[in-house]
Design a protein around this ligand. Structure first.
Ligand code: ADP
Ligand code: MG
Length: 699
């Protein structure tokens, strides 16, 4: 290990100043970091275009032309070049002296750049300049595909242009390739037909041709996904061999009492999931299960029955919700479900009074409190359970990893409570495999019967009068209406103003009496929020104006209309979540997307998709394709366990499945990776980047 770990400043052409920049702008500190910065696209430079054929919509053009004249025009250098078909202007704002010296009239060059139009004429601003190709150029020269690297203004200003970057890569590769060690065992390379690592690295930067580039890309993507899955699955293998879970062999009388008193029959999917959870909790291994189910699919019931299994075996359970509003609603619902049982439950949130808090603490400690429901107040240190056997986390992505780990530590004397994570954000399969690679996943893929699909439509701002009339008609039939405004963190103040203006407008259109309009947003005190929310939930207010705080969980079966203001600003999954707030009763429900006239193409596509389907998984897949997994709702906070360098969860789903299948097979055959042939795998997994926070312990 010499060159790979060398500091980047020692690479010829870098030095201390550029090293600092590379570190700051691209996070590159070593030679190895540099060669793992791959081009994000390639330009085919084999084609020379006649100047007459240049059109402004071409992404890049390359011309072979002779300099006609160069002159200063104000602060810029204008260079006219010509080939047989016509003339073209090149424009330089920087490096003027250097360019002027080089671009002497009569000299022949290859110019490469993006056409832009200025004053109705096409020109190239700061084109790359190369010597013309020579007859019989050596094969060792750069191929016709040229890599393009991520860059920044600061890097360009420091002279680290695309061309310089290529030179640096070339130098780093020359230094490093001899000591590159193959990371995949031979048997894997053979089985998957993968190119060797050194070949792949060389060709990802300097592809000999399209085929070599394809091979290199495939190899590097596969490797990346494979090690990601291997590291995740390895944790799962380690855990499943350790018998450190709490065995809960029976369901107990409270489970049965609750079940018998249910006002409805469980759906097939609910039954299946409860069976899976029962088996987990009885197994003696710690359960780590992710429960995915679209909004309204009935996850709460599953949580209640799971909690009652814990209680039935002499343990306690808790349910943590991301917001106070949700915790309250859970508490109200769950109390109802628990009525036929003798199980006590309590609500603990930030606004729980001191006396009540003391009582809860005491009842938790003596074990008389079976189920505790709350917000992140649950994870505070002074909340001590006598025997916590199950922790249910609703809307998992709202909690940070560290918060979850605190919950896990509340188990009895070193025993890990079972963990059930619930999410209504349908996570595409590929993402779930990665985010929760070591969790077992259950899906409720069936809705309770009798739901009518929500009718979704888009309207422009100009249709407000009709919208209000429609709302009045629904309200006259005893229904309720949500009106949601976007609230995006960066512009919170402005958004709040929009919300308040909207509220005033609605109050003016729906005067009291007979109408009552409630408003909920993040800047309110907990009491105010609870008060406003209660007015709507209890039916005293017909309209609830809010930000997205009602996004998850809130259940008002009587609400039949969801109006989403500035709908173009929401993500697809979020829109879907919001729509899920209505359509819970038997009445026809509506989701009305109010969009701005300046709705962009992508936003429009999102709205169209939403109108086209109610399947949350389809929408999540589409959302991921459009925005990339990093921006996908529910993932911003938890983040990917490992940043992917070349593979994409959105595009490489098939490859990911293959990589996971192989990783699983490798571990099944050799769980400790002790076989000599797997030595390269162990070596690779030792690297820092695979030091993933142990999700098995914290989720
Ligand atoms: P979510 O999965 O979004 O948390 P909830 O648990 O809040 O869904 O359930 C949504 C609504 O559906 C609730 O009013 C609940 O009482 C009802 N529900 C749940 N399961 C069933 C079922 N099997 N049959 C009929 N209604 C059900
Ligand atoms: Mg819910």
């Amino acid at each position: 290990m010499g060159k790979l770990a060398s500091e980047i400043q020692y690479l010829p052409g870098v030095g201390p100043k550029r090293a600092l920049l590379l570190q700051r702008e691209l996070g590159i500190t070593t030679f190895s970091d540099l060669i793992h910065l791959y081009p994000f696209r390639y330009i085919d430079r084999s084609g020379i275009l006649p100047i007459a054929d240049i059109r402004p919509d071409l992404a890049y053009v390359q011309v072979l032309a002779r300099v006609v004249k160069a002159e200063m025009k104000g602060k810029r250098l204008s260079v006219i070049v010509a080939d047989e078909s016509g003339q073209l202007e090149l424009v330089f704002f920087k490096g003027i002296r250097w360019s002027a010296e080089r671009l002497k009239p009569g000299a022949l060059f290859v110019f490469f750049g993006k056409p832009t139009t200025f004053g109705g004429r096409i020109n190239l601003v700061h084109p790359e300049i190369d010597a013309p190709p020579q007859a019989g150029a050596s094969a060792a020269g750069p191929g016709t595909l040229t890599g393009v690297y991520t860059s920044t203004e600061a890097l360009k200003n420091a002279g680290i242009t695309g061309k310089v970057m290529l030179k640096l890569q070339d130098a780093a590769l020359a230094a490093c390739l001899p000591e590159i060690e193959e990371t995949l065992p031979d048997y894997i390379l053979r089985e998957k037909g993968l190119a060797p690592l050194a070949y792949a690295l060389r060709n990802i930067h300097f592809p000999q041709n399209q085929e070599a580039l394809a091979k290199a890309t495939y190899r590097l993507k596969f490797e990346e996904l494979f090690f990601l899955q291997l590291s995740l699955l390895k944790q799962k293998y380690v855990r499943s061999r350790a018998e450190n879970g709490i065995r809960m062999p029976k369901v107990g009388p409270d489970f049965n009492a609750c079940y018998a008193a249910l006002p409805y029959a469980l759906t097939g999917a609910q039954k299946r999931v409860i069976k899976e959870i029962r088996a987990d909790m009885a197994s003696g291994r710690q359960m780590n299960r992710l429960l995915q189910g679209d909004v309204g699919s009935g996850k709460t019931m599953v949580a209640v029955l799971s909690a009652l299994i814990a209680v039935g075996n002499g343990f306690q359970a808790c349910l943590m919700a991301p917001t106070e509003v949700l915790a309250q609603q859970h508490y109200a619902n769950i109390s109802r479900y628990l009525a036929p049982t003798g199980v006590r439950c309590a609500l603990l949130t930030g606004s729980t009074g001191a006396r009540e808090r003391r009582e809860i603490h005491a009842a938790l400690a003596d074990g008389s409190l079976g189920i505790l429901i709350g917000t992140h107040a649950l994870i505070e240190d002074d909340v001590r359970f006598r025997r916590l056997g199950l922790a249910v986390i609703d809307e998992q992505h709202r909690f940070g990893v560290d918060q979850r780990s605190k919950l896990w530590q509340k188990g009895p004397e070193g025993m890990r409570p079972h963990v059930l994570v619930m999410t209504a954000t349908p996570i595409p399969r590929t993402l779930a495999m990665t985010l929760y690679g070591d969790l077992d996943v259950s899906v409720i893929d069936e809705m309770p019967p009798g739901r009518k699909p929500v009718r979704t439509l888009q309207i422009g701002q100009g249709k407000r009068y009709e919208l209000y009339n429609f709302m009045k008609k629904e309200i006259a039939q005893g229904r309720q209406v949500f009106v949601v405004y976007p609230l995006i963190f960066e512009s919170e103040k402005m958004d709040l103003k929009n919300l308040e203006q909207g509220y005033e407008e609605i109050v003016a259109a729906f005067p009291f009496p007979p109408y009552k309009v409630a408003i909920v947003h993040g800047q309110q005190s907990a009491e105010e929020k609870a008060f406003q929310m209660a007015a709507f939930v209890e039916g005293r207010a017909q309209i609830l104006v809010s930000t997205t705080v009602i996004e998850v969980g809130v259940d008002v079966p009587n609400a039949s209309v969801m109006v989403i203001e500035s709908a173009q600003r929401f993500g697809l999954s979020q829109l879907h979540q919001l729509r899920g707030r209505v359509g819970r009763g038997a009445e026809q429900s509506y989701c009305i997307l109010v969009k701005d006239p300046k709705t962009g193409k992508d936003s429009q596509k999102r709205l169209d998709l939403l109108c086209a389907t109610e399947d949350g998984f389809v929408l999540a897949e589409e959302d991921m394709k459009m925005r990339g997994p990093g921006d996908l709702e529910g993932t911003q906070q938890s983040g990917l366990p490992i940043a992917l360098n070349i593979a994409s969860l959105a595009r490489d789903g098939v490859l990911l499945s293959q990589a996971r299948e192989l990783a699983d097979r490798v571990l099944a055959a050799d769980p400790a990776l002790a076989a000599p042939q797997n030595a390269p795998l162990v070596r690779e997994l030792r690297k820092d980047k695979y030091n993933i926070k142990d999700y098995s312990k914290i989720s």
